[in-house]
Design a protein around this ligand. Structure first.
Ligand SMILES: Nc1ncnc2c1ncn2[C@@H]1O[C@H](COP(=O)(O)OP(=O)(O)OP(=O)(O)O)[C@@H](O)[C@H]1O
Ligand SMILES: [Mg+2]
Length: 411
C-alpha cells in the first residue's frame, strides 16, 4: 500500500466494508484512494479497466465522498439504451417530440440535478448524444428533445469504459474534446491477474457468501487449486472468478476442490488437459449434464436420508416436533446466474423428478429462441463474460447483444 497515505487507511477500510469491496492489492487500493481523494472535488472522472474488474464501485465511492451525497446517483448503461431513445432518456423530451411522446418527460440530467450521473460503457454513446453531453459538461445547459428552451442542471459525471477511448477517438467514434473533458481525472482499475493474494480472498469470500445464501455446505480449495486460481489469467476478471466459484460451490458443495475439478469450470482449463476433459471440449453440455445429475443424485440421497430419519423419529415419539431446516428445491438452490450460465433449459430437471425418471426426450425440442439463448450463453461463457468479444464472435453489434442479454435475462 505504498501510495496510500497512512491516515487514509481507516477511512479506506470503512469504504471497502461499506461497499463489500474485497482486496488489498496496492494497485487496487491506489485506485480506491484516488477515488476518495477526488470525491470532494467536483471534477469529472473516467474509470477505465478491463471488463469485470469492479469499475462499478467507483461512482459509488466518489458520490459517497462528495457534497452531493444527499442527492441522487443515477447509473446509466449507455450501451443498453437503444440509440433512438438515448437522448430522450438522458435529457428528457417534450410532449409530441416524437410519435410515442404522449407527454413530456424529465431526463436523468434533470432528475439527478445536484447529484451524480454514472455513465457506464460511455464509449457506446452515439456522436449526437456526445455533443449534447459536452454542452452540459461545459455550461450545465441542455435542451429536452423537441424543445428549444435551454435548461440548467448541476451534475457531476463519472464515466466508465472497458474499451480504449483514445483508439475510439482515433477512429472517429468518440469526440476528442469530450474525451479530454471526461478524463480530467483518470482512475485505472487493475486486472485481477495482477492482484496476487486478492484472488484467494475473493474466491473464499464468494464461496462462503454462496454457501450462506443457498444454505449449502461450503467448499474449500486445495493448495493445488489455490495456486491454479492465482496463476490463471482471468480474462473476465472478478466477474468470471465469481461465476466460476459459484458454479463450483454449487456442484462440488461440501468438498475440498482440487486443481483438476476446478479446471472443468474454466473454458480452456488451466492450460493442461486432463484425460476426463480432453476429447469433447472442456465445457461441453455432456459434462454439465453429468455434474448436474450427480448433484441431483447427491441431493436426492441426502433428502432420502433426512426423510428416513424423520419417519423414524415420528414413529418413536408422536409428539416431538422436528424443526427441519428448509430444504430448497434444486432449482431454488441454484442462483439464476448459474442456471443461466451452465445449465441449458432442457437440462434443468424439476426438483421432484427422481433421477431414474428423467425424461431424456424432453431434452430435444429446443425452440429457435432456446437455441439463440444457448448460443449467446455459450459464447459469453467462452469469452469470460466479455461482451465485446462475444458480440464479435457472434457477428452481431454490441447493442444487439445487450438487448438479447436483457431479453433472455443472461446478465
Ligand atoms: N474487489 C471486489 N470485491 C468484491 N466484488 C467485486 C470486486 N470487484 C468486482 N466485484 C464483483 O464482480 C462483478 C463485476 O464487477 P463490475 O460489474 O463492477 O465490473 P465492471 O468493471 O463494471 O465490468 P464491465 O466493464 O464488464 O461492465 C460484480 O458482481 C462485482 O460486485
Ligand atoms: Mg460495468
Amino acid at each position: 500500500m505504498s501510495n496510500v497515505p497512512v491516515e487514509m487507511s481507516a477511512e479506506l477500510q470503512a469504504v471497502k466494508n461499506r461497499l463489500g469491496l474485497v482486496g488489498n492489492a496496492p494497485a487496487l487500493m491506489e485506485a480506491v484512494s484516488r477515488a476518495m481523494r477526488v470525491a470532494p472535488i467536483d471534477l469529472s472522472v473516467l474509470v477505465i479497466g478491463e471488463s469485470g474488474t469492479g469499475k462499478e464501485f467507483f461512482p459509488k465511492i466518489i458520490h459517497m465522498g462528495s457534497a452531493r451525497k444527499h442527492n441522487k446517483l443515477i447509473a446509466v448503461n449507455c450501451g443498453a439504451i437503444p440509440q433512438g431513445t438515448i437522448d430522450s432518456e438522458l435529457f428528457g423530451h417534450e410532449k409530441g417530440a416524437f410519435t410515442d411522446a404522449i407527454s413530456s418527460r424529465k431526463g436523468y440530467f434533470e432528475e439527478a440535478d445536484g447529484g451524480t450521473i454514472f455513465l457506464d460503457e460511455v464509449a457506446e454513446l452515439p456522436l449526437t448524444t456526445q455533443a449534447r453531453l459536452l454542452r452540459v459538461l461545459e455550461s450545465g445547459e441542455f435542451l429536452k428533445v423537441g424543445s428549444s428552451v435551454v435548461q440548467k442542471t448541476n451534475i457531476r459525471i463519472v464515466a466508465a469504459t472497458n474499451v480504449d477511448l483514445s483508439k475510439a477517438v482515433e477512429e472517429g467514434r468518440f469526440r476528442e474534446d469530450l474525451y479530454y473533458r471526461l478524463s480530467t481525472v483518470l482512475i485505472n482499475v487493475p486486472p485481477l491477474r495482477d492482484r496476487g493474494g486478492d484472488i484467494m480472498l475473493l474466491a473464499r469470500k464468494f464461496a462462503s457468501d454462496f454457501a450462506e445464501r443457498y444454505r449449502m455446505p461450503a467448499i474449500a480449495f486445495s493448495d493445488s487449486a489455490a495456486s491454479a486460481l492465482v496463476s490463471y489469467r482471468w480474462p473476465g476478471n472478478v466477474r468470471q472468478l465469481k461465476n466460476v466459484v459459484e458454479q463450483v460451490a454449487l456442484f462440488e458443495a461440501g468438498t475440498e476442490v482440487g486443481r483438476d475439478e476446478l479446471a472443468r469450470y474454466i473454458p480452456q482449463g488451466f492450460g493442461i488437459s486432463t484425460p476426463a476433459l480432453s476429447s469433447e471440449g472442456l465445457h461441453s453440455y455432456a459434462q454439465e449434464r453429468e455434474v448436474l445429475f450427480n448433484m441431483i443424485f447427491r441431493l436426492q440421497r441426502e433428502l432420502d436420508a433426512v426423510r428416513a430419519e424423520i419417519a423414524e423419529r415420528t414413529d418413536h415419539s408422536a409428539t416431538q416436533v422436528v424443526d427441519l431446516p428448509h430444504a430448497p428445491s434444486i432449482e431454488a438452490a441454484m442462483p439464476r446466474s448459474i442456471v443461466k450460465y451452465t445449465a441449458p433449459k432442457q437440462f434443468v430437471v424439476p426438483a421432484e423428478a427422481r433421477p431414474a425418471t428423467v425424461d431424456v426426450s424432453a431434452m430435444s425440442g429446443m425452440t429457435l429462441e432456446d437455441t439463440e439463448r444457448e448460443t449467446i450463453r455459450q459464447s459469453l461463457d467462452r469469452n469470460g463474460g466479455r461482451r465485446k468479444a462475444t458480440a464479435k464472435e457472434l457477428n452481431i453489434s454490441e447493442r444487439t447483444l445487450y438487448r438479447k442479454i436483457k431479453e433472455y435475462g443472461l446478465e
